[in-house]
Design a protein around this ligand. Structure first.
Ligand code: HEM
Length: 96
């Protein structure tokens, strides 16, 4: 399933995403304010931290940085993780 078809994601059909810079993402870098970037999209994983089956420390490690490599390194193309992360999407990363 593509994440755009996830019935449990209220933003699945949204197209007008705000655009954030890496500097803005980097300001949300504490254990209870966790913004991250994966593949050019911005996510707020604060509420996911304590629900992650792989433990909170992995999510805390994503705070304020581009964590694409770490995310894919563990989850690869795993559908569950790739769909789930999009429930926490808040925007797109500014290009360049
Ligand atoms: C740096 C980023 C991440 C790392 C290193 C990581 C690592 C892990 C590890 C080690 C497990 C346990 C696997 C097992 O017990 O077999 C796990 C499970 C899981 N993680 Fe992550 N995780 C990361 C980010 C995320 C994110 C952002 C999501 C979704 C929002 C996610 C969703 C899941 C799910 C659904 C599971 C349980 C099912 C599965 O193993 O696929 N993870 N993760």
């Amino acid at each position: 399933m593509d994440w755009h078809d996830d019935p449990d994601n209220p933003n699945a059909k949204r197209t007008d995403w705000p655009v954030y810079t890496m500097d803005e993402v980097a300001q949300h870098n504490t254990d209870d304010d966790i913004w991250t970037v994966v593949d050019g999209e911005v996510f707020d994983l604060t509420q996911w931290r304590d629900r992650h089956e792989g433990g909170p420390s992995m999510i805390e490690g994503m705070a304020g940085v581009d964590a694409s490599a770490e995310f894919h390194g563990m989850h690869g193309d795993a559908e569950a993780a790739n769909i789930l992360i999009h429930r926490f999407k808040i925007g797109d990363l500014a290009q360049g």
